[in-house]
Write a protein that binds this ligand. Structure first.
Ligand SMILES: Nc1nc2c(ncn2[C@@H]2O[C@H](COP(=O)(O)OP(=O)(O)OP(=O)(O)O)[C@@H](O)[C@H]2O)c(=O)[nH]1
Length: 334
């Protein structure tokens, strides 16, 4: 292979490669400038060679970029300018399309030390990362959407059981660790089968959405969680409230549903849609795991149902001894 042939091949590679290539010397003077850079800077190689890299553009390169050249040459070590931190160190634009607005490209830049004829130089390699950054953004927003879908109930828009289960375990572990409390409420719409049968499934869906919204409106703190547990059943957890406050909160939930005034002619508990609530309360003296706390709240709900519905029941931990008053509106009082 003749020297001339090799030099022609190298020259062609230099100018056809889809990477920007610039070589500067230790005075920051440009020694090489390939086609890729020419097209994205709109500065021809003949005009660039011999100029200072710091002064060649309309707008100066970023400080990180000029510092990186000095470091590469002085310490003879390669430097990478990550595009996460340095989106666009050089004023380079998408290939010239006269009819379009110029769009600055995102760049990934690697600087490599060279030694040519005993002289230190710096090779600057630039790749256009605009597409990969765009793709990354799209992927991120897709994954956020998927995450939201995986944790949200599609009908009511509140969290689903999967989300609740994960957060409940964490919240309980935190309560145990910090010696704080955690209240769990199971909420079930009374005679909802009869509601569906009488008013139809579409009206049933609408009622579920309204009930979910009314329950949600009672949550005040970011740490409070409401989720659809399944069917016409909801679950709520409130960290750090006293047992008395938990009872008052349950009453507020019941009032919020009553205030919706959704007629329910077929209910034996109320002329309007009503709910039964069972709740349990963990405080530092109780011994339990997350399943036990939920099971106790569920047993309390069962008791509320069996005692006429449209009422609140509390069961304490861990003995499952029914403690509290069957508070709230008795079936006859609406
Ligand atoms: N419209 C609608 N109905 C649902 C949905 N999920 C569950 N249901 C209905 O909810 C009803 C629940 O019925 P049951 O479990 O017998 O309870 P209930 O009639 O409310 O009786 P109690 O809870 O004992 O007061 C069933 O008819 C289900 O079809 C839903 O997403 N939309």
């Amino acid at each position: 292979m003749s020297v001339q042939f090799a030099s022609e091949v190298l020259n062609q590679i230099f100018n056809t490669i889809s990477v920007g290539l610039i070589v500067v010397d230790r005075n920051n003077q440009i020694r090489l400038w390939n086609d890729w850079v020419e097209k994205r800077s709109n500065i021809e190689a003949s005009a660039a060679i011999g100029q200072y890299i710091t002064a060649i553009f309309d707008e100066p390169p970023s400080t990180a970029f000029t510092l990186a050249i000095t470091k590469t040459i002085d310490y003879r070590l390669p430097v990478i300018l990550s595009n996460a931190l340095h989106r666009s160190p050089l004023p380079l634009y998408e290939r010239n399309d006269k009819n379009r607005e110029k769009k600055r490209i995102h760049q990934s830049i690697t600087l490599t030390p060279l030694e040519v004829g005993g002289e230190r130089q710096c090779l600057i390699q630039i790749t256009d990362s605009t597409t990969s950054i765009k793709r990354e953004k799209i992927l991120r927003s897709h994954s956020e959407l998927l995450k939201k879908e995986a944790t949200t109930d599609s009908l009511t828009g509140i969290y689903n059981r999967r989300f609740f289960d994960e957060h409940f375990k964490m919240a309980l572990a935190q309560a145990v660790r910090h010696g704080t409390s955690l209240s769990v409420f199971m909420v079930d719409i009374d005679f909802f089968k009869q509601f569906n049968d009488y008013y139809g499934h579409v009206a049933g869906d609408k009622a579920l959405v309204q009930v979910a919204g009314a329950l949600k409106s009672q949550l005040l703190r970011a740490s409070d969680v409401l989720a659809r547990f399944g069917g016409e059943e909801f679950v709520l957890m409130l960290p750090n409230i006293s047992q008395e406050s938990a009872m008052q909160f349950a009453e507020k939930l019941q009032n919020a549903i009553r205030d919706l005034h959704i007629p329910h002619e077929k209910s034996l508990a109320s002329p309007h849609i009503s709910i039964s609530i069972g709740f349990s309360h963990f405080s530092k003296d109780a011994l339990l795991d997350s399943a036990a706390l939920l099971k106790t709240a569920d047993a309390a709900l069962y008791a509320a149902k069996n005692n006429g519905r449209n009422r609140i029941f509390f069961l304490s931990l861990p003995s499952l001894t029914e403690q509290s008053r069957s508070l709230s509106t008795p079936a006859s009082k609406h």
